[in-house]
Design a protein around this ligand. Structure first.
Ligand SMILES: NC(=O)c1ccc[n+]([C@@H]2O[C@H](COP(=O)([O-])OP(=O)(O)OC[C@H]3O[C@@H](n4cnc5c(N)ncnc54)[C@H](OP(=O)(O)O)[C@@H]3O)[C@@H](O)[C@H]2O)c1
Length: 277
């Protein structure tokens, strides 16, 4: 039986690479979603009736509902949901524009939540399915000038980890993807950047400019990332990892974060447990 993958944000970056890969696979139906359907013309060359393009802005609840209806009526099942659509935001905690970061939270977190909650009934009925949530190494490890981006990705991590424990008995898997820098539009057009104006934060200007200048030259190849994600879901379904760091920096920082945390928790062990009386 054919498996159906539904992927958000397939206009550029990881989403586009994943959609291109899926569109060329046998036995895969693809629901490719984007805010602007003309961005998905690249899929036409592969379309033999197995591809459904759906307009979807993940913060528009009516569009989310309609997208789920279109997907479930086009194909028999929804086997894999990839919540990929996302934005970034660079700015110090004090100087970030709260309207903008709340909107990023809407896209990165509430959009993912909305779509996942509407897909889950189908997966529960099927008693199978995989939910692949794009976090970031920034969902585990924090840098300056990214506090609110981290807030969105830490939220994705917490939601995903908890959800995994709820849906495991229904044979539904959850995988969190944690990339480091990849050559997509994320650090470019998808991330607003606010340079520090408060003198005390000027020391972060160089770090922020480094990110702006590094956009599109990151070490990670999103095509390879798409292949790894596909391979994990299709060939490692039973042992799907909850967390999948992608890229050397992601792997290094994930290990560093957990090793440091482990050391810290062990050194505090006596004090920590002493609080239970
Ligand atoms: N690239 C990296 O270095 C990196 C590292 C860690 C994590 N990530 C994560 O990877 C995911 C994909 O980003 P990317 O790197 O592939 O960047 P990208 O090339 O900029 O792609 C972002 C995608 O999200 C879509 N999007 C933005 N707002 C949306 C909304 N309201 N509704 C629906 N779609 C929306 C964009 O659509 P439009 O074309 O309409 O704007 C685009 O398709 C994000 O969650 C990002 O946080 C990226």
């Amino acid at each position: 039986m054919k498996k159906t993958w539904m992927v958000t944000g397939t206009s550029t970056g990881f989403g586009k690479e994943l959609a291109s890969l899926l569109a060329q696979k046998e036995n895969i139906n693809l629901v490719a979603t984007a805010r602007n359907l003309t961005d998905l013309d690249y899929l036409d060359q592969y379309d033999q009736g197995q591809i459904k393009k759906v307009k979807l802005d993940v913060v528009n609840h009516d569009e989310v509902k309609a997208a789920v209806n279109e997907a479930t009526s086009a194909f028999e099942s929804i086997d894999v949901l990839v919540n990929n659509a996302g934005l970034g935001y660079f700015g110090t905690f004090e100087e970030s524009d709260l309207e903008s970061v709340k909107y990023m939270m809407d896209v990165n977190v509430w959009g993912l939540v909305d779509l996942t909650r509407l897909i889950l009934p189908t997966m529960r009925k099927q008693k199978s399915g995989a939910i692949v949530n794009f976090s970031s190494i920034g969902g585990l490890y924090s840098f300056p000038t990214l506090s609110f981006y981290h807030a969105t990705k830490y939220a994705v991590e917490g939601i995903s980890e908890s959800l995994q424990k709820e849906v495991e008995p229904m044979n539904i898997k959850v995988m969190i993807v944690e990339p480091s820098g990849f050559r997509t539009d994320w650090a470019g057009r998808s991330s607003e950047k606010i340079l520090p104006e408060i003198g005390d934060y000027k020391f972060l200007t160089e770090f922020l400019n480094g990110n702006i200048e590094g956009a599109h030259n990151e070490p990670g190849d999103p095509k390879v990332a798409a292949e790894i994600i596909f391979d994990q879901v299709e060939n490692n379904y039973e042992a799907l990892p909850l967390r999948l760091p992608l890229g050397k920096a992601a792997s290094n920082l994930a290990i560093e974060k957990y090793e440091e945390s482990l050391k810290n928790f062990k050194s505090l062990r006596e004090i920590s447990v002493s609080a239970d009386k």
